[in-house]
Structures are given as C-alpha cells and as structure tokens.
Design a protein around this ligand. Structure first.
Ligand code: MOS
Length: 742
C-alpha cells in the first residue's frame, strides 16, 4: 500500500506554529513562582578558587541564593554513560570542589527574583583564584598525542589505528607523492537558540523544560547526578532553535538549574548567555592532520596515509571518526589511518555538524586535489580512476554507493566542463575565479527506537516518540511516514515528540533520525493495523467478521478482506465500536546480519565556485552545487533545505568560523557573534542540492540513509580547492583567511 505521501515536497506541518510564535522553546515554559538563576563563570583557565565573598551580593535586592562549591549540596553523581558521553573519563562534577579545569567553568550560581537582579549580583560576586597557566594550544609545548582508549576497544565505531598492505613502503617508492599537514580551528556550534532549562521540583520529582537533542538521555543523566529514580525526572522539549550537536549531551547548566530549584524551593529558569555558549557546551575540536598520498602516473593510488589528532579535555576523551572515511573512500591497496587525542585545559569537545568526517574528509579531499594537480589530471577524473568496487577497509560490498552518479549529476548541474584546468586561468573582470570539487561521505547509521500509535474515534492517529526536531523537519517527515503507513491524510496524523515519557528514541543527531525513528514509526503503524484488524474480524457488524486477521488489508484507512471490493470499517469506526482508542507500541533496530554483510554510507560530490579579489584577498563563494546519494528522500523540500543549510555551515567552516583562545588564560576572545563569524545572507550564494536516484534495499525498510551531516561534509574542501584554482595558493588551514591568499 502506498499513498505517495513519502517523497512529496510538503511544507512543514509546524511551519505556522514556528512563524506565529506558538511553538514553545525551552525558555518559553514559564512556571508559577519562577525565579532566575545566572551562572558565574571562572575567569581563569586553570587553578582553584581560593575565596568567594558573597556577603555583599547576598544583601542586594531580590537575591534569593548564592550557591558555590562551599555551600552546594553534594550530588550523587552516580555512574551513567550513554553512547553520547565520552566512554573514557568522568563528566564535570559541577560546584563539587574548588578546582578550575578550564576557562569559563561554572564556579557559582546566583538566584534572584528577576533576571536583571540575578545578573547584576552575579557580576558583582567577588572571587579570588590561584591561577596557573593552562595549555590550550596543542602545538604549544608540543602536547603529546595519546591513543584514545575507547577507540581501541573491540567493536568501536572509531578506530585508533587501521592498516592494510605496506603504506609506508608504497609511499616511498610511488612515482608521484605528496605529504601534507592540515590544521582546522576549533569551532563553536552557535545555534540561534541558547541553551536553556526551566527546572521545577514537586517533592522528589523533577520536571525539566530543557533544550535537548536527546530527552531520554537527559532524563537518565540528571536522575543519576541527583541519585533519584529515572522515572522521577521528566524532560520536555518540543522545539529546538538549532543545535548542530551542542544539545546532544547534558551539560552542567542543566544540573545547576535543577540544583538551584531544589535549593530555593521554586521553579528556576536558567538561560546561558551567548558568551557562556563558548564555555561548557562542547565545540568542534581543533584537529591536526597529516595526509600522504602515493600514486602511479595514471593517478591510481598506491598509498594512502592519514594521521590525525583532535583536542580533548583533561577529564574526558572525546572521540570522533576523523580518519575512518580514508579507509573506504577510494581504492588503494596500501592504507594506514591513525587517530590520536591531545588533552588540553579546555572543556570537553562534542559532536558538531558532520563531526569527524567533516574535518577528516577535508584533509583527504584537499590532498586528492593536490594529487590531481601533481599529475595534471582533472580532479573529477582522479576520483573516477580510484572508485572502489567494494569497501576495501571492511572488505565487504556497499549496500549502495552512488558517488560516481553524484559526480555525473553534480558536474552537469555545476558546469564543470566550462572550467579551465590551470590555476589563475579564470577571471571575471579583475576577480580571480576558482572552481573546486570534493567528495563527501557519512555513515548510514541506525539506532534502536520505539514508537507508539493510537487510533482515535474521529479517524485520526496520534503518534508519539521521545525524538527531537532541531530544525530538519522531524515533525513533518515523521507525519509523512505515519500517514503513508496508515493510509491517512497528513491532517489526520498528530505526531508528537520531545517528552522523555514517550517511547524512547536515540539522540537526534548522527543523521540517523529518519532511519531510526522513521523505522520505529513504521513498525508501530504495522502493529496498530494488526491490532485494528484483530478487532475488525470479531465485530459481527463488520464485512470482515470471521475473516482471519492476516487476511485483512487496509485501503485508505479501511479494512477489507484481501481482494474484496467492498470497503469495510475505518479505523475510527473500529475505535467507536471498541469504546477506547486502539493502541500499539513497537521497536525497531538494525538487523545485525545486514550490518555484518554490508558497508553502509551516504556519498556526495560537492562543487563550489569562488571569486577572490587579487588586491585585497577577500574570498566570496559565488555558487555551489551538491549532489548526494542518500537512499530514499522522504521529503525533497526539507532535504534540499537541510542540504543548503549544511552547505552554509561548510562556508562558515571554510572561510569564517574559528574560536580563538588566549594562550595566557584559555579565554575564548571572540565569544560573541560580532567576532565569531558565521555566514550571513550576504555571504550565501546560489546553492543547489540534488539527489541522485538511489534504491538501497539493505539499509532499513524505509531505504533511507539520512542526510544531516553529509550536507556539510565536502563543502569546505570544495571551497579550499576552488581557492587554489583561483589563486594558485594551497591553503591547508581552516578557516582560510585573507592573509593566506595574499
Ligand atoms: Mo549532529 S553533530 O549529530 O547533532
């Protein structure tokens, strides 16, 4: 049965709510008697708090509490780790001791009856520190890379080391070779909506209206920190104003909001300032990488070595798949990848916009472009010559791989044929024009998820999952899946998410929401139809009375005996007869056998055109085209929007975004939107996203691979390669700055 709802470019079902202000974000959930908490952040980068004098601010008007490590309750901090938390190390225990581990660490909270009173008092709080100089730059004093312990564990998704053949030997004897270093700056997520939590206790039960991409994990984490049963915590988050990964983990401010609320016996609202969003809510780690390529004169790779390291904090090992893709992207008999960490006096990094792959594939794809020029081969042609038949790292077939099709479609739409090969050979007036290209890839993950479907007497269906929607359109796409599966109209489906008491969903990230949550909804719809069929066959007024329930099929929401023409009862009629909603809950996950047999990834080809002013060095992206093979596209309108959004993130990564830390105290010196640059409308050119026809029968029953992260991957190297084509200058550091091309 198909109603064709899946695949339609429908507008967002929550569009009106979002533009009319009725969509409520975490900080919008005001509670009766609510008071306001403000975090005081450490102003040294390492050391300890030696004295806090709160007497002066405690007498200021409206001040209700000043909580520091001296008077804060000792929290249970029971063991709790989900896959989203670093597997090695222990989370920050906030206000539990006098140590300052990084600049901006919370050292106090001030609670007042109004926000401005709390802010004023927080600013006046007198704190004395014993400060040491932190190490925040991995190149300063040569911080030794360490082997990430979690990446050496059996079955880890990130590998510290991998190798096949004799990469070093093959490199040494290769007719053509290059060996280059890449340095990608730390970036902060900077979504529009700041982190916010409203916390309210009722006895030993806690409700959190909190910005989260993973409400069931926030629930479990806070329960563990306070040592209370998971069922006593409820997390509510119906809308997210962008996140890009920053709300995957539960950061200290959530604990502080709950701590303050319990201390003062009132509901507490805590919203981070933009500046504080640079301190304790994760960031894309700075990475240092080396890529060495050896090739035959025809461009066939004979050796590929990719070594990389990412920064982490001193108390947790954050890992990401920095070098994984180099194992499967191209055909090459001799490959070595290595991944290390450099612990620094910083807060723990976190997944951000295409984590791992965005950084690692940047280095690989810049190196591939460089190799193309070393051999006088067209960069697209070089990729064709190295297209593998199977995943050579895992030695198994791809469930589907459309990279070459992406190059066909992308080249065509972009007009790659109009490009002249030589650097500095294209001009528009006095501007240098450059065109660059890069491959993109991201794993097609799927995680276990559950969903509940409830059929109601009015013929509508309620669908509930503890999922999130940080912007890609989960409300809309999941409504489409349920409508299609139930044979209902979109208006008849009421999809709800963002409550921890709904059936559990995995983190809203990693591009797996449709594969995971969509599959769960599909399973729950099938289950509720079976349940409805069971009811239909025992109702003597129904045309399917006495029929085996397996013989019942559903057409446009009505039951009939398979092959019969006469329409039977609708869901609504069955519910009316039953006298209560018909409900079913179901779970889904990836078939482990399929996972063993196939390598599952999305692929893409990204093309960018830049104009560089040769006199002042300004770089403008003029247009970009991405072509992606992502399996089935549930909603092309949302998918395109998601991809162009990711491409804009790639412009930021390539040309603007960089968190600069002062080496003396680890202070992020540009912790505000005036100096942390992100692309604004004037920086955004014509962007096109195309999806190649790709039917993947293996990934999951919906045939979807997900497209969140891959949308960003490939954009930065395409731009860097375009900058080389325009200027003849190879820049291997991000962001590329004016002074790099002058
Ligand atoms: Mo995404 S970085 O997995 O939120």
């Amino acid at each position: 049965m198909t109603t064709g709802v899946i695949g339609k470019p429908l507008p967002r079902v929550d569009g009106r709510a979002k533009v009319s202000g009725s969509a409520r974000y975490a900080a919008d959930f005001n509670q009766p008697g609510q008071v306001y908490a403000v975090i005081v952040s450490a102003t040294v980068g390492l050391g300890r708090v030696t004295d806090i004098d709160s007497t002066a601010i405690e007498v200021m008007p409206g001040i209700i509490a000043v909580i520091t490590h001296r008077n804060a309750p000792r929290l249970a901090y029971d063991e709790h780790k989900s896959y989203i938390d670093p597997a090695v190390g222990e989370r920050l225990h906030v206000l539990q001791d006098d140590r300052v581990r990084f600049y901006g660490q919370p050292v106090a909270i001030v609670v007042a009856d109004t926000l401005d009173r709390a802010e004023r008092a927080a600013a006046a709080l007198n704190i004395a520190y014993e400060a040491e100089r932190p190490i925040v730059d991995p190149l300063e004093r040569n911080v030794e890379p360490i082997v990430p312990e979690a990446a050496t564990r059996e079955g880890s998704w990130v590998h510290a080391d991998s190798s096949r053949g004799d990469p070093d030997g093959a490199l040494a004897s290769a007719p053509a070779k290059l060996d280059e270093a890449y340095d990608i700056a730390r970036e902060n997520h900077n979504p529009m909506e700041p982190h916010a939590t409203v916390a309210a206790w009722a006895g030993d039960r806690l409700t959190l209206w909190s910005k989260s991409q993973f409400v069931v994990n926030e629930q479990a984490e806070i329960a563990a920190i306070f040592g209370i049963p998971v069922a006593n915590v409820q997390v509510i988050c119906p809308f997210i104003g962008g996140a890009f990964g920053t709300s995957l983990r539960t950061w200290p401010h959530v604990t502080l909001a709950a701590m303050a609320a319990r201390q003062v016996g009132r509901a507490v609202k805590l919203v981070l300032t933009r500046k504080q969003m640079f301190f304790t809510t994760g960031h894309r780690p700075r990475t240092l990488q080396r890529v060495a390529l050896g090739a035959a004169p025809d461009g066939k790779l004979v050796s590929l070595i990719h070594e990389g390291s990412g920064e982490t904090s001193r108390y947790e090992e954050f890992i990401e798949a920095l070098t994984n893709a180099s194992g499967y992207m191209y055909s090459c008999p001799n490959v070595r990848t290595e991944y290390r960490l450099r612990p620094l006096d910083i807060g723990t990094p976190n997944h951000m916009r295409g984590p791992g792959e965005a950084s690692g594939i940047f280095a690989l794809e810049c190196a591939m472009d460089e190799l193309a020029y070393a051999l006088a081969i067209d960069p697209v042609e070089l990729r064709r010559r190295n297209e593998p038949a199977i995943d050579e790292a895992e030695n198994k077939p791809f469930s589907s791989r459309s990279l070459m099709k992406c190059y066909d479609v992308g080249s065509d739409r972009f007009g790659w044929a109009n490009r002249t090969y030589e650097p500095r050979s294209m001009r528009d007036g006095r501007l240098l024009i450059g065109m660059g290209v890069a491959s993109a890839s991201y794993p097609a993950y799927q995680a276990p998820a559950s969903a509940r479907v409830r059929l109601r007497a009015d013929g509508s269906a309620e669908v509930e999952v503890a999922a999130s929607d940080m912007g890609p359109g989960t409300y809309t796409s999941m409504t489409q899946v349920a409508a299609e599966m139930l044979g209902l109209t979109l208006e008849q489906v009421h999809f709800r998410l963002g409550r921890s008491d709904y059936p559990p969903a995995p983190s809203h990230g990693g591009s797996w929401t449709m594969a995971s949550v969509g599959s769960a909804i599909r399973a729950a719809c099938l289950a509720v139809k079976t349940e409805a069929a069971r009811r239909a066959v025992v109702d003597e007024r129904s045309p399917v009375f006495g029929v085996a329930h397996e013989e019942v099929e559903w057409v446009d929401g009505r039951a009939r005996r398979r092959g019969d023409a006469a329409p039977g009862p609708s869901y609504g009629e069955l519910v009316t007869i039953a006298g209560a909603p018909i409900e079913a809950e179901a779970s889904s996950g990836r078939d482990p056998e399929i996972a063993k047999r196939y390598s599952m990834h999305a692929f893409g080809a990204v093309f960018a055109e830049v104009a560089v002013d040769p006199d002042v060095g300004t770089i403008r992206v003029r247009r970009a085209v991405g072509a992606y093979g992502i399996g089935r596209v549930v909603n092309p309108r949302l998918a395109r929007s998601q991809c162009t959004g990711g491409m804009i993130g790639g412009i930021g990564m390539a040309l603007m975004e960089r968190t600069v830390l002062d080496p003396r105290d680890g202070r992020p010196v540009n912790a505000h939107m005036a100096d942390y640059l992100v692309p604004v409308n004037l920086d955004i050119p014509m962007l096109e996203a195309h999806f190649v026809e790709e039917v993947d029968p293996h990934v999951n029953p919906l045939g979807v691979k997900g497209l969140g992260e891959i949308a960003l991957v490939g954009m930065a190297p395409a731009i860097a390669n375009a900058v080389f084509h325009a200027t003849g200058k190879r820049v291997r550091t991000l962001p590329i700055r004016i002074e790099d091309v002058l």
